[in-house]
Design a protein around this ligand. Structure first.
Ligand code: CDP
Length: 215
Protein backbone atom coordinates (compact mmCIF):
# COMPACT_ATOMS: atom_id res chain seq x y z
CA UNK A 1 0.00 0.00 0.00
CA UNK A 2 1.18 3.50 -0.87
CA UNK A 3 1.01 6.32 1.69
CA UNK A 4 -1.92 8.74 1.64
CA UNK A 5 -2.17 12.23 3.12
CA UNK A 6 -5.84 13.24 3.51
CA UNK A 7 -6.63 16.95 3.60
CA UNK A 8 -10.24 17.94 4.29
CA UNK A 9 -11.86 21.29 4.93
CA UNK A 10 -14.56 23.73 3.87
CA UNK A 11 -14.75 25.72 0.62
CA UNK A 12 -11.92 28.15 -0.07
CA UNK A 13 -9.94 27.04 2.97
CA UNK A 14 -6.86 26.67 0.76
CA UNK A 15 -6.92 22.86 0.60
CA UNK A 16 -6.30 22.61 -3.12
CA UNK A 17 -3.27 24.89 -3.20
CA UNK A 18 -1.72 23.36 -0.09
CA UNK A 19 -2.42 19.77 -1.14
CA UNK A 20 -0.94 20.32 -4.60
CA UNK A 21 2.24 21.87 -3.22
CA UNK A 22 2.69 19.12 -0.65
CA UNK A 23 2.25 16.53 -3.41
CA UNK A 24 4.88 18.27 -5.55
CA UNK A 25 7.36 18.42 -2.67
CA UNK A 26 6.96 14.74 -1.86
CA UNK A 27 6.68 13.51 -5.45
CA UNK A 28 3.20 12.17 -4.70
CA UNK A 29 0.14 12.18 -6.95
CA UNK A 30 -2.64 14.67 -6.17
CA UNK A 31 -6.37 13.97 -6.08
CA UNK A 32 -8.74 16.94 -6.31
CA UNK A 33 -11.88 15.06 -5.29
CA UNK A 34 -14.00 18.21 -5.54
CA UNK A 35 -13.22 18.25 -9.26
CA UNK A 36 -15.02 14.91 -9.63
CA UNK A 37 -18.19 16.39 -8.10
CA UNK A 38 -17.80 19.47 -10.31
CA UNK A 39 -17.36 17.23 -13.40
CA UNK A 40 -20.45 15.28 -12.43
CA UNK A 41 -22.47 18.49 -12.13
CA UNK A 42 -21.18 19.65 -15.53
CA UNK A 43 -21.88 16.29 -17.17
CA UNK A 44 -25.46 16.44 -15.84
CA UNK A 45 -25.92 19.99 -17.09
CA UNK A 46 -24.67 18.96 -20.55
CA UNK A 47 -26.94 15.91 -20.61
CA UNK A 48 -29.97 17.93 -19.53
CA UNK A 49 -30.20 15.94 -16.28
CA UNK A 50 -31.40 17.79 -13.16
CA UNK A 51 -28.92 18.03 -10.26
CA UNK A 52 -31.65 16.59 -8.02
CA UNK A 53 -32.22 13.42 -10.09
CA UNK A 54 -30.19 11.02 -7.95
CA UNK A 55 -30.35 7.89 -10.12
CA UNK A 56 -29.60 9.69 -13.37
CA UNK A 57 -26.77 11.80 -11.90
CA UNK A 58 -25.22 8.72 -10.25
CA UNK A 59 -25.25 6.92 -13.59
CA UNK A 60 -23.42 9.83 -15.20
CA UNK A 61 -20.92 9.89 -12.30
CA UNK A 62 -20.17 6.20 -12.71
CA UNK A 63 -19.54 6.65 -16.44
CA UNK A 64 -17.56 9.92 -16.36
CA UNK A 65 -14.89 9.87 -19.03
CA UNK A 66 -12.23 11.94 -17.27
CA UNK A 67 -8.52 12.40 -17.86
CA UNK A 68 -6.33 14.50 -15.56
CA UNK A 69 -3.29 15.78 -17.47
CA UNK A 70 -1.13 18.17 -15.46
CA UNK A 71 -3.29 21.21 -14.74
CA UNK A 72 -5.86 20.23 -17.37
CA UNK A 73 -8.99 18.17 -16.90
CA UNK A 74 -10.60 16.54 -19.93
CA UNK A 75 -14.24 15.47 -19.88
CA UNK A 76 -15.01 13.25 -22.85
CA UNK A 77 -11.92 14.71 -24.51
CA UNK A 78 -13.00 18.30 -23.92
CA UNK A 79 -10.79 20.59 -21.75
CA UNK A 80 -13.18 21.78 -19.04
CA UNK A 81 -10.60 22.94 -16.46
CA UNK A 82 -11.87 26.52 -16.56
CA UNK A 83 -15.57 25.74 -16.94
CA UNK A 84 -15.80 23.52 -13.85
CA UNK A 85 -14.46 26.35 -11.62
CA UNK A 86 -17.45 28.62 -12.21
CA UNK A 87 -19.67 29.49 -9.25
CA UNK A 88 -22.67 27.87 -10.97
CA UNK A 89 -20.92 24.52 -11.37
CA UNK A 90 -19.57 24.85 -7.81
CA UNK A 91 -23.11 25.16 -6.58
CA UNK A 92 -24.19 22.19 -8.72
CA UNK A 93 -21.27 20.16 -7.34
CA UNK A 94 -22.39 20.85 -3.81
CA UNK A 95 -25.92 19.69 -4.70
CA UNK A 96 -24.95 16.45 -6.44
CA UNK A 97 -22.43 15.73 -3.64
CA UNK A 98 -25.32 15.45 -1.19
CA UNK A 99 -26.79 12.49 -3.11
CA UNK A 100 -25.64 9.15 -1.57
CA UNK A 101 -25.69 7.20 -4.86
CA UNK A 102 -23.42 9.79 -6.47
CA UNK A 103 -20.86 9.46 -3.68
CA UNK A 104 -20.88 5.67 -4.02
CA UNK A 105 -20.44 5.95 -7.79
CA UNK A 106 -17.26 8.03 -7.32
CA UNK A 107 -15.68 6.01 -4.50
CA UNK A 108 -13.56 3.48 -6.42
CA UNK A 109 -12.39 6.08 -8.89
CA UNK A 110 -10.96 8.09 -5.97
CA UNK A 111 -9.31 5.11 -4.28
CA UNK A 112 -7.63 4.10 -7.54
CA UNK A 113 -5.48 7.25 -7.31
CA UNK A 114 -3.48 5.62 -4.48
CA UNK A 115 -2.86 2.31 -6.22
CA UNK A 116 0.34 3.24 -8.04
CA UNK A 117 2.05 5.89 -5.91
CA UNK A 118 1.87 8.03 -2.79
CA UNK A 119 -1.10 10.40 -2.77
CA UNK A 120 -2.22 13.71 -1.35
CA UNK A 121 -6.03 13.83 -1.54
CA UNK A 122 -8.16 16.90 -0.85
CA UNK A 123 -11.89 17.08 -0.22
CA UNK A 124 -14.51 16.75 2.49
CA UNK A 125 -14.47 13.03 3.32
CA UNK A 126 -10.92 11.96 2.42
CA UNK A 127 -10.13 11.06 6.06
CA UNK A 128 -13.54 9.73 7.02
CA UNK A 129 -14.75 7.70 4.04
CA UNK A 130 -12.41 7.45 1.08
CA UNK A 131 -9.05 6.91 2.83
CA UNK A 132 -9.87 6.03 6.46
CA UNK A 133 -6.41 4.45 6.81
CA UNK A 134 -4.52 7.51 5.58
CA UNK A 135 -1.15 7.88 7.33
CA UNK A 136 -1.69 11.61 7.89
CA UNK A 137 -5.02 13.41 8.21
CA UNK A 138 -5.38 17.18 8.23
CA UNK A 139 -8.40 19.41 8.63
CA UNK A 140 -7.74 22.83 7.07
CA UNK A 141 -9.84 25.68 8.32
CA UNK A 142 -10.06 29.46 8.04
CA UNK A 143 -12.65 31.96 9.21
CA UNK A 144 -15.64 32.59 6.88
CA UNK A 145 -14.34 36.14 6.27
CA UNK A 146 -10.90 34.95 5.19
CA UNK A 147 -12.38 32.24 2.97
CA UNK A 148 -14.74 34.71 1.27
CA UNK A 149 -11.76 37.02 0.61
CA UNK A 150 -9.78 34.15 -0.89
CA UNK A 151 -12.62 33.15 -3.21
CA UNK A 152 -13.15 36.83 -4.14
CA UNK A 153 -9.50 37.16 -5.19
CA UNK A 154 -9.62 33.87 -7.11
CA UNK A 155 -12.61 35.08 -9.15
CA UNK A 156 -11.03 38.47 -9.83
CA UNK A 157 -7.84 36.76 -10.98
CA UNK A 158 -9.97 34.81 -13.46
CA UNK A 159 -11.81 37.94 -14.61
CA UNK A 160 -15.08 36.50 -13.34
CA UNK A 161 -17.68 38.78 -11.81
CA UNK A 162 -17.13 38.86 -8.05
CA UNK A 163 -19.33 40.35 -5.35
CA UNK A 164 -18.09 39.83 -1.80
CA UNK A 165 -21.59 39.78 -0.27
CA UNK A 166 -22.82 37.19 -2.77
CA UNK A 167 -19.71 35.05 -2.28
CA UNK A 168 -20.05 35.19 1.51
CA UNK A 169 -23.69 34.07 1.34
CA UNK A 170 -22.86 31.33 -1.15
CA UNK A 171 -19.99 29.96 0.96
CA UNK A 172 -22.26 29.89 3.98
CA UNK A 173 -24.95 27.99 2.06
CA UNK A 174 -22.38 25.47 0.83
CA UNK A 175 -20.85 25.04 4.29
CA UNK A 176 -24.28 24.28 5.69
CA UNK A 177 -25.08 21.78 2.95
CA UNK A 178 -21.70 20.07 3.43
CA UNK A 179 -22.04 19.89 7.23
CA UNK A 180 -25.70 18.93 7.46
CA UNK A 181 -26.02 16.35 4.69
CA UNK A 182 -26.76 12.78 5.70
CA UNK A 183 -23.82 11.16 3.91
CA UNK A 184 -20.17 12.03 4.45
CA UNK A 185 -20.86 15.33 6.19
CA UNK A 186 -17.87 17.64 6.56
CA UNK A 187 -16.38 17.07 10.02
CA UNK A 188 -12.90 17.01 11.43
CA UNK A 189 -11.90 13.34 11.86
CA UNK A 190 -10.97 12.41 15.43
CA UNK A 191 -7.44 11.54 14.32
CA UNK A 192 -6.91 14.60 12.13
CA UNK A 193 -4.61 17.53 12.92
CA UNK A 194 -6.34 20.92 12.80
CA UNK A 195 -4.53 23.48 10.64
CA UNK A 196 -6.09 26.93 11.06
CA UNK A 197 -4.81 28.94 8.07
CA UNK A 198 -6.49 32.34 8.52
CA UNK A 199 -3.17 33.92 9.52
CA UNK A 200 -0.83 31.55 7.69
CA UNK A 201 0.83 32.01 4.32
CA UNK A 202 0.51 29.14 1.83
CA UNK A 203 4.20 28.45 2.39
CA UNK A 204 3.75 28.20 6.16
CA UNK A 205 0.74 25.88 5.80
CA UNK A 206 2.67 23.62 3.41
CA UNK A 207 5.63 23.51 5.79
CA UNK A 208 3.42 22.56 8.72
CA UNK A 209 1.96 19.64 6.75
CA UNK A 210 5.46 18.50 5.78
CA UNK A 211 6.59 18.74 9.43
CA UNK A 212 3.73 16.49 10.55
CA UNK A 213 4.46 14.11 7.69
CA UNK A 214 8.13 13.75 8.68
CA UNK A 215 7.24 13.36 12.35
O1 CDP B 1 -13.25 24.89 -4.02
P1 CDP B 1 -14.46 24.48 -3.26
O2 CDP B 1 -14.15 24.04 -1.88
O3 CDP B 1 -15.58 25.48 -3.33
O4 CDP B 1 -15.05 23.26 -4.01
P2 CDP B 1 -14.46 21.83 -4.30
O5 CDP B 1 -13.46 21.41 -3.29
O6 CDP B 1 -14.05 21.81 -5.73
O7 CDP B 1 -15.76 20.93 -4.11
C1 CDP B 1 -16.96 21.23 -4.78
C2 CDP B 1 -18.13 20.63 -3.98
O8 CDP B 1 -18.02 19.21 -3.97
C3 CDP B 1 -18.12 21.04 -2.51
O9 CDP B 1 -19.00 22.13 -2.29
C4 CDP B 1 -18.59 19.81 -1.76
O10 CDP B 1 -19.96 19.87 -1.50
C5 CDP B 1 -18.35 18.67 -2.71
N1 CDP B 1 -17.29 17.74 -2.28
C6 CDP B 1 -17.64 16.67 -1.50
O11 CDP B 1 -18.79 16.53 -1.11
N2 CDP B 1 -16.72 15.74 -1.15
C7 CDP B 1 -15.46 15.86 -1.54
N3 CDP B 1 -14.57 14.92 -1.18
C8 CDP B 1 -15.06 16.96 -2.31
C9 CDP B 1 -16.00 17.91 -2.67
Amino acid sequence: HFPVIAIDGPSASGKGTVAQKVANQLGFAYLDSGALYRLTALAAQRAGVLWTDEAAVAELAAKLDVVFVGESILLSGDDVSVEIRSELIGSGASQVAALPAVRVALLQRQRAFSEKEGLVADGRDMASVVFPHAQLKIFLSATPEVRAQRRFKQLLARNEPADLAVITADLQARDERDRLRSVAPLVQAADAYLLETSNLSIEAAVNQVLLWWRD
